[in-house]
Design a protein around this ligand. Sequence first.
Ligand code: PMT
Length: 390
Amino acid sequence: MLSNKTILVGITGGIAAYKICELIRRFKKNGANVKVVCTPNALNFVTKLTLQNLSQNEVYVEEFEVKEWKPEHISLADEADIMVIAPATANTISKIACGIADNLLTSIACAFRKKMIIAPAMNCNMWNNPGVKENIRVLKARGVEILEPESGFLACGYMGKGRLCGVDKIYDAVCEGLNYSQKLKGKKVVITSGGTIEDIDPVRYISNYSSGKMGFALASSAKQMGAEVVLITTKEIEAPYKIVKVKSALDMQKALDEEFDSSDIVIMAAAVADYRVKEVSPQKMKKGVNEELTLELVKNPDILKGLCEKKTHQCIIGFCAESENLIENAKEKITKKGCDYLIANDISRNDIGFGSEDNEVVILDKNGGMKRLEKASKSVIACQILEAVY
Ligand code: PMT
């Protein structure tokens, strides 16, 4: 979803510099061209070789390592679609606010005329310094997006506000800053994810291998496209949108019913159990003398089918997890469920589907159309699904 975009990542000399490796990895995984520029101090916290390998580009540190006629601070500034400086120290923040250009990073920042995002990270007393506060105010007034540091235990042993914000938050801000197609602005998108948990007794339950990643990717992409997102999930996740934590299929159905009427798009990426235990034991079941134990199961409601039967304006997208005859089974399922689209994926493979970072799907629509999405990260697949269905 970031292909054809060049992201300039500025790293300064803070202990959180190592976290930017994950950010670069995510940008690359989603197709971006990543250029990294470091202050000399940054290399005390992360090596040039690591950054070079992750970005698959040269890492720039000092000015006048000129390889072409244009000075690097100009060519790098011209080439990038967006610049994100993370972590940003008080020193670099203050230099940029004052127009000081005494190294390659501050020179680029001085020449940069497009969207700039700064994620400060420093000791809490430095963050509260009036001079730093004033420089932050100046940068905000110039249209620089500041991702506020978080509060908590700091590397320097203090407790307070100054810790670099989450990498997810930086990633989402960059995607939004790239004006990623805001086609879902004003729309409410409800997504389910994760495997439901059907209790047997206080200790045991029936579930499945769904990690929730496909649903998380859809929620993140929908957010980046401007949607109001509600994620109904059985998994733990922190995210910049509403999360409704559920456990069983019945819990999930109840949560969906509360969000359905006001939703525009519903995406059922969760792996919902078709059956639950008829009688959940209030106490831990003791091992009997018999060699066998029989559990009596009863059917769970088909949530997706129920939503399709009561829909008014909503676009309803189901998923289809098959281990064989993917297309035939999916064609039968989309008719049986009555959804607008069905996303079919082969869960017999270990490189896609349950728990994996990647997926490969076929999008079926209710008019018989089919669109195959080649194997890619779930983030890329999520974005392509949203682009295809709405
Ligand atoms: O979570 P990950 O680890 O990233 O894995 C992603 C995934 C493989 C779980 C995901 O891509 C996927 O396929 N999700 C749907 C899994 C599933 O339950 O498929 P199904 O064919 O059994 O169900 C078909 C559809 O009906 C699904 O949209 C499901 O949410 C829905 N359903 C199923 C049973 C039920 N009682 N009610 C339902 O609404």
